[in-house]
Design a protein around this ligand. Structure first.
Ligand SMILES: NC(=O)c1ccc[n+]([C@@H]2O[C@H](COP(=O)([O-])OP(=O)(O)OC[C@H]3O[C@@H](n4cnc5c(N)ncnc54)[C@H](OP(=O)(O)O)[C@@H]3O)[C@@H](O)[C@H]2O)c1
Length: 327
């Protein structure tokens, strides 16, 4: 598996298995299949509620002697109701326990905005009127607590997710240990070129989440939050993607992933299906031509292509650290 070198010489596999929305049963099976296929990088988060199942799959794989902990690259994330310096260690320790690991490879601040914590359920606190209970947090202070986790060897690298350029700059300038990775929504309709150039200058690697356009996310938003996006995109079904897919005899998913990987973007497609898990990492026996890369570049819709505005967290746009242009 091709890797990218992060600050501090850590090697991060350029393809990882995404696990959002995967139930414990699905994810345990998916991680087991993925490890068999050659994946070594798994992306999860405290609030995906599947770290226990991932931990079981990792333990079985290591116990079976097929590989070692050192072969793996595991990412998890500080939940948006844990963005306070006193909670970073607490949530990371809970994730490590669930994952049955002594350390993760990458720990990310999941979102720049934060909510008060409902301690009974370890979920965001929601007000009586349905709005989320916003909490102001100092991201620089949170970052200091993240650095401490590297020093205590609970994680090998730290980074951020869903931060905009100003937020990343602020952390970067104050950091003793620089962020290694920025994980953001990134696919053919939201190509984040300016943010990627900025990251390149800082030597921060970029991970693309929802690299396939997250088919199925709208149904989830609707069931869980009673929120849905008008005109949810079907990037896999775009005629240009289909045409390029036929030309290379690769699936539309492989074309979308290759478009990013060929530009040194790390991708973390989620799948619970054996064939698609395999397909999503089978990207290294072809190269897209300059002409086809350019054609895919033209699909960029900028801010209009964003799926994850997080407006399903009712009232989040009023948080001072809400990262995106107002929608
Ligand atoms: N940091 C953040 O805030 C954040 C936000 C969102 C996501 N993420 C991370 O990024 C990962 C990926 O994003 P995502 O899950 O939103 O979306 P995605 O990876 O773009 O799409 C996943 C969906 O595509 C289907 N799929 C997978 N491979 C396919 C292929 N080759 N062809 C056609 N369909 C395919 C999957 O169904 P099957 O399972 O049936 O194959 C699943 O429904 C997440 O799982 C999570 O780890 C992070």
């Amino acid at each position: 598996m091709k890797t990218l070198k992060l600050v501090g010489n850590l090697e991060m596999p350029v393809i990882g298995l995404g696990t959002w929305r995967a139930s414990p049963e699905e994810v345990q099976n998916a991680v087991t299949i993925a490890l068999e296929c050659g994946y070594r990088h798994i992306d999860t988060a405290f609030n995906y509620n599947n770290e226990d199942a991932i931990g079981n799959a990792l333990k079985s794989w290591i116990d079976s002697g097929k590989g070692t902990r050192e072969d793996l690259f595991i990412t998890t994330k500080l939940p948006n109701f844990g963005n306070r310096p006193t909670d970073v260690e607490r949530f990371l320790k809970m994730s490590l326990k669930r994952l049955q690991l002594d350390y993760v490879d990458l720990y990310l601040v999941h979102m720049p905005f934060s909510f008060h914590c409902n301690e009974a359920s370890l979920t965001p606190l929601v007000n009586e009127d349905g709005t989320f209970s916003l909490e102001n947090s100092d991201l620089v202070d949170v970052w200091k607590a993240m650095e401490e986790q590297v020093e205590r060897k609970r994680t090998r690298a730290i980074g951020v997710s869903n931060f905009n350029e100003d937020q990343l700059r602020k952390i970067y300038e104050s950091a003793k240990i620089k962020p290694s990775v920025l994980q953001v929504e990134l696919h053919a309709y939201l190509q984040q070129k300016k943010l990627r150039e900025f990251c390149q200058k800082l030597n921060v690697a970029v991970t693309a989440y929802s690299p396939l356009g997250s088919p199925g996310a709208n149904a989830h938003f609707s069931t869980k939050y009673n929120y849905s996006l008008k005109d949810f995109p079907d990037i896999l079904g775009h005629p240009d993607v289909k045409e390029i897919s036929q030309k290379y005899a690769k699936s539309p998913g492989q074309i979308l992933l290759k478009h990013l990987v060929q530009q040194n973007v790390i991708v973390i497609p989620k799948s619970g299906n054996r064939d698609r898990i395999r397909e999503n990492m089978d990207l290294f026996d072809f190269e897209l031509s300059k002409e086809d890369l350019d054609k895919l570049d033209l699909l960029d819709k900028g801010e209009d292509g964003r799926i994850f505005t997080f407006l399903f967290f009712k009232g989040v746009e009023n948080h001072p650290e809400y990262p995106f242009k107002k929608h």
